[in-house]
Design a protein around this ligand. Sequence first.
Ligand code: GLY
Length: 371
Amino acid sequence: MTLQTVHVPLGDRAYDVRIGTDLICRAGAEIAPLLRRKHVAVITEDRVAGLHLGALEAGLAASGITSSTLSLPPGETTKNWEGLSRAVEWLLTERFERSDVVIALGGGVIGDLVGFASAVTRRGLRFVQIPTSLLAQVDSSVGGKTGINTSHGKNLVGAFHQPSLVLADVDLLDTLTKRDFLAGYGEVVKYGLLGSLGFFEWLEKNAVAMAMGDAGLRAEAVRSSVQMKADIVVRDETEQGDRALLNLGHTFCHALEAATGYSDRLLHGEGVAIGCALAFEVSARAGLCSQEDPSRVRAHLSKMGMKTDLADIRGDLPDADGLLDLMGQDKKVIDGAIRYIMVRGIGQAFVTSDVPSALVREVLGDALKAR
Ligand code: GLY
């Protein structure tokens, strides 16, 4: 398969996202032009290391590049002050310098943590993202948001620090569980819903075969998603405006993740899918989009075998007021008003604070009653 490239034109921080198969095997050739000395830092986590570290080391060695590796425990809890401190102290102990490159090999947790460690170590090392989950390939590895969680919430400490290169090898997706793949698909479908009816229609036609493992379709879905993200990030790198569109479904999602204790009752991408369906429902009831749109969105998510409604989340949930309260903790809140991403139709999202709480409460209440 030919490699595809999405260029992210951010001036002196511009970089390429390379998408295709067998990329990890040619990581050395891809990364070599960035290096001053042929030695790199690799930071990963134990599960991913067991699956992909050998292939990466061989791919680097093929271009004469050696590496030192730090492997951290898997899971969201690594993305905290302790994980950051371990990564930074290790980079300093290993004497990585400003001219060196750090490789983040893993999903969103590793990408965010290593990106932040790279941003603050010696006031900034360059880093390369090799995302191993679908969610990381289409969203978190691109755009430069890095950070960690604190006891106050997720991603509250961090920095914008763009990678120097992203290698999205779709072969790596073969090792994901079906549930993790579909959770990542929540972020893929989000791009169609927020910005491109054409892409959503393409997904309606091709996403089942893509989920079954078709590498060409996977590469095309990743390329389209990354291109849409790059276009938005270039317009608004630090989220002063349009970048918030990438958070379609996320205000509902963050409340649901908090309500389920950030546990495996609800994965982030599953919450995004349910959140998108809720955003369409609120938009339809507000008269912003047609009544058919929410049903079409739900029909596609259900056909993919995804969680679509609050009824698909097992265990207790707070009532509608409790969920609204959790939504009020969102980072997008300004002067106490929740900023919603609403839609005028599939592919036509916009940001507004002008959504009556009573309407959101009604939609949540109805969704809870259907459980
Ligand atoms: N994941 C949303 C963003 O990068 O802005």
